[in-house]
Design a protein around this ligand. Structure first.
Ligand SMILES: Nc1nc2c(ncn2[C@@H]2O[C@H](COP(=O)(O)OP(=O)(O)OP(=O)(O)O)[C@@H](O)[C@H]2O)c(=O)[nH]1
Length: 515
């Protein structure tokens, strides 16, 4: 029993020591937490006056006591206040987002902004539209937008300054050249018109003055008007020839009717004559007194009758021949008309075919693309199966024209167009969008499934052994791809593909970029 007493005492001392150590640890942790809360509360200072006051009280309480029970009401109140503040902040985020978007859109509406600025602005607006957690997240966007406003202002000022006339002048020239080149690539004429179109296209590759561009525009209008007139005249000519042919047939029928009327009259007279001859023969034979007299009479009348019958046969043969002739004439006329009509039909079909084809590369042109796009878009809306748009642009194509001439450039475009067309599926659609740019529509394809085939196609183009001036010149192509999303308009989707293409170019070309 005596031995057990010191043991108990020792155990009690240990327990008291452990408890003290625990209390000290607890106090240290509480101090640490209190310090942390204090620092955090300083960070929130200045956001809201009421919150500042509550946090000050909480800090004072934390400094004074370590009793959590006493602190609880303060913590409760402060957290309520923070919740309200949070709601207010969400509202402010939405407001800043909408104000930034509005300011960006306003800038977008300004005319005469440089192309690059437009692209940057478009990208910025896409970022602004994405949800943000804090107001601070908008700060870089705000600063970007301010920069874009400054750039736009500078660009505008430059345009308005007299010494910017030169820039403005060349900007206008470039715009007209671009529009006219696009228009010409959609026109397709045979013969003289085609040669003239090619000449104008060739002249647009140089730096033309506004006067020369105006002249090119007027010449283009002339070609179009002539083309329309030619088609109109050709249609008019066909109708006139149709009218002539019908008049011819009508006259032939009338002549036949008239001829057969006359013949019928002659035949009637002849029949009456034959009847009279037979009648006369009958009467005279009764008056004959002997057989010899009768025989002479009969022979004479029979000769007269034979002559009349021969005449009748001749008349009938004439009538038959006349009808045959008329029928043959009518048949020839009808055949001629048929030939004329079928060549007219062919010309019309060819015209429709040509107006939807690009004359250089012989693949569908932009007008054909617009038509097909509408169709695919409607299908996409109705059936919901995926639809992708790919923009393809030959890299540094200007260098080919500059270094090896325009016709080398033309040949390059033809080969690339052919390679692209041969590489897509039958249900896909490719068109020359203009210049060195092509557009491909891929129904029933998901964006992620296109990366591999498009990269293979890009490699295929790179491997084409182009040779100019006895030198192997590798040519590359960049692709911008997008898939239509719910709520998309055609314009939005196209702009995304265009942005992707821009990214591919910016990242060094010869690549596939997606958006
Ligand atoms: N030979 C030829 N050239 C054309 C035709 N249409 C447009 N071009 C030329 O294509 C060139 C396009 O040049 P840019 O738009 O500067 O582009 P790029 O040189 O391809 O450079 P990146 O696209 O930036 O890689 C211009 O020089 C046009 O004159 C055409 O039908 N035939």
């Amino acid at each position: 029993m005596n031995n057990q007493q010191p043991d108990l005492k020792l155990q009690l001392q240990d327990a008291i020591g452990a408890r003290k150590a625990l209390e000290q640890t607890y106090e240290r942790q509480f101090q640490l937490l209190a310090q942390f809360v204090q620092r955090l509360s300083y960070l929130c200072k200045g956001i809201d006056l009421d919150l500042d006051n509550r946090l000050a009280k909480l800090r004072a309480e934390l400094a004074r006591s370590v009793d959590l029970e006493k602190l609880l009401p303060f913590i409760e109140e402060t957290s309520q206040q923070i919740k309200l503040l949070e709601q207010r902040q969400q509202q402010e985020i939405r407001q800043v987002q909408s104000e930034l978007t509005e300011a960006g859109r306003l800038l977008q509406k300004q005319r005469g902004l440089p192309d690059q600025l437009r692209r940057d602005l478009r990208q910025l607006l896409t970022k602004v539209e994405q949800p943000a957690a804090t107001l601070q997240a908008f700060l870089p966007h705000l600063s970007n937008l301010t920069q874009l406003y400054q750039l736009a202002l500078k660009a505008k000022q430059q345009l308005e300054q007299p010494d910017a006339d030169e820039d403005r002048y060349s900007h206008i020239c470039r715009q007209i050249t671009l529009e006219l080149t696009n228009l010409l690539s959609e026109l397709s004429f045979a013969g003289k018109g085609a040669i003239e179109v090619e000449q104008i296209k060739g002249s647009l590759l140089g730096n033309l003055s506004v006067e020369a561009l105006l002249d090119a525009c007027l010449r283009t209008i002339g070609i179009i008007v002539r083309g329309i007139n030619e088609e109109r005249l050709s249609a008019e000519g066909f109708l006139l020839r149709l009218n002539d042919a019908l008049t011819g047939v009508q006259q032939a029928v009338e002549a036949t009717l008239l001829g057969s009327d006359k013949l019928a009259e002659k035949l009637l007279n002849l029949n009456q004559k034959i009847d009279a001859q037979i009648d006369h023969l009958g009467k005279q034979s009764q008056q004959a007194e002997n057989l010899e007299q009768l025989k002479k009479l009969v022979i004479q009348r029979m000769n007269e009758l034979t002559l009349s019958l021969q005449e009748k046969q001749l008349l009938e043969e004439q009538q038959r021949q006349q009808i045959q002739l008329t029928l043959a004439t009518m048949e020839t006329k009808v055949r001629e008309l048929e030939l004329e009509a079928s060549s007219f039909r062919e010309r019309l079909a060819e015209q429709t075919f040509r107006s939807l084809r690009d004359s250089l590369t012989e693949i569908p042109n932009r007008a054909a693309y617009d038509e097909r796009l509408q169709l695919e878009f409607k299908r996409w809306q109705r059936f919901g199966s995926p639809l992708c748009i790919v923009l393809a642009d030959v890299d540094h194509f200007k260098n080919i024209n500059d270094n090896y001439g325009h016709s080398a450039g033309d040949k390059t475009l033809k080969i690339i167009a052919k390679t692209l067309q041969q590489s897509i599926r039958q249900t896909d659609f490719i068109a020359r969008y203009g210049g060195e740019e092509f557009v491909i529509l891929l129904p029933d394809s998901k964006l992620q499934d296109l990366l591999e085939p498009l990269n293979a196609l890009r490699e295929k183009i790179k491997q084409i052994p182009f040779k100019f001036k006895n030198k192997r010149v590798p040519i590359t192509i960049s692709f911008g791809v997008t898939e239509l999303k719910t709520g998309d308009t055609l314009q939005l989707a196209f702009e995304r593909a265009d942005e992707a293409l821009y990214q591919a170019k910016k990242a060094g070309r010869d690549r596939v970029a997606t958006r």
